[in-house]
Design a protein around this ligand. Sequence first.
Ligand code: FAD
Ligand code: PHB
Length: 389
Amino acid sequence: MRHQIVIIGGGPSGLLLAQLLLKQGIDAVVLERQTRAHVLGRIRAGVLEMGFVDQMREAGVADRMEREGLLHDGTILSYNDREVRIDFRKHAGRPVTIYGQTEVTRDLYEARDATGGTTYFEVADVTLHGMEGDTPYVTFRHDGQDKRIDCDFIAGCDGFHGVSRKSIPDSVRKDYERVYPFGWLGVLSETPPVNNELIYASSDRGFALCSMRNMNLSRYYVQCSAEDRVENWSDARFWEELRRRIPPDAAERIVTGPSIEKSIAPLRSFVTEPMRFGRLFLCGDAAHIVPPTGAKGLNSAASDVYYLFQGLKAFYADGETDGLDSYSQKALDRVWKVERFSWWMTSLLHRFPDQSAFDQKMQEAEIAFLSESEAAQEALARNYVGLPY
Ligand code: FAD
Ligand code: PHB
C-alpha cells in the first residue's frame, strides 16, 4: 500500500492534521491503536484557544463547535481568601472556547467518515522504517494480518506513550522532564457548573479547579497525592473535599450529583528535542506534555499541527522544503513558552509536599502582585488565551 502521509495516532492531533491535509487533496492514512469508542470515551481537555478554533474552521469541522461552544471572557484565581479575576477580553482581546476534547474528536471522526480517508483501528506492532532516507514506510498488524504502507512522510501523533518518539535514536534525542509530586482527581457530573467562568482555587488543603463542558455538565478536579487511587474517592468524599478548597460562596452554591466519570491524571512537564528525525515529524503529546493547570496540552498539539500542515502544504504545492526544515525549531520555540506558563501556573497554585513556609509566602506575594498589577494580569491573560503561531 502507498499513501502520501502515514499518521500514527487517531487522537486530536492526528485527526486534525489528516482533515487539514485532506482538504488540500493530500492523502493521509491514520493508524490508531485503540477502538474509536475508546478514543471518544477519554475525558480530557475542555478549554480551546482561538488558534485551535480557527484550525477547526479551516478543516471545515467547526460548525457544531461554533454553535455549542461557550465563550469565556475571563477566569477566577483564588488563593485562600483572596480572589483575582483575569479579564481575557480586556487584557488579550479575545476569549477562550469551552468545548470538550471528546466533542472535538467526535466532530473530526464524523468529518473523516463524510469525506473519506482510511483509518485503521486496533492496530498493533506499529514500527517505523527508513525515516533517514527518502522512502520511509510503516509496518503493523491489523485483523491478524501483517501490513506495510510506503509513504513520503510519517507524522508521529501517538501521544506520550506512543512508538514514534521512541523510534528516534537516543543519540539524536534529548528529553527534558519534571514530574510533579501530585496528581489531579477529576470528576464529570451532569450538574450545572458552579460558576459561569472557571475557578482555579488554591487552599491550604491543595488545589481545586471548577470547570465545565456545557451548562449541564460540570468538570471538577482536586489535587491528590501521586499514589492515590480512584477507589479511595467516593463521590461524597470528592464533593466534600472540593467544597473545602473553593471560595465559600461557590462552596455554598455548588450542585452535586453522581459522577459519570472519575479518573486520576499524573502531572508532568516533558519536552523532547528535536521534533523531527528525517522524514518523521512529532506532533502534540508525542513530543511534549504539560501539567493541565494552564489548559495548554491540546492547544499546543494544535500549534504543532499548524506548523507541520503549513510545511507539508508548501512541499506538495511546489516542492518547497523550508517549512518542513524549520518545523522543529518553530514548534519548539512556542512549546517552551507554553511549558514555562504551565509550570508557572502549576507552581503558583498547588501545595507541594515539601513546601516551606517561605515557599508559601512566595505564592501569596505572587497572587497579591497579580491582583494589583494590570501588567501581570495581562501576561497571564495573553498566555492563557494562546500565544500567536
Ligand atoms: P493523544 O490524545 O494522546 O492521542 C494519541 C493517540 O495515539 C491515542 O488515540 C492513542 O491511542 C494513539 N496511539 C498511541 N500509541 C499508538 C501506537 N503505537 N500506534 C497507533 N496509535 C497509537 N489540554 C488542553 O489544551 N486544555 C485542557 O483543558 C486540558 N485538560 C486536560 C485534562 C486532563 C485531565 C488531561 C489528562 C489532559 C488535558 N489536556 C488539556 C491535555 C490534552 O488532553 C492532550 O494534550 C491531548 O490529548 C493531546 O492530543 P494528541 O492527539 O497529541 O495525543
Ligand atoms: C477541563 O475542563 O478539563 C480543564 C479546564 C482547564 C484546565 C484543565 C482542565 O486548566
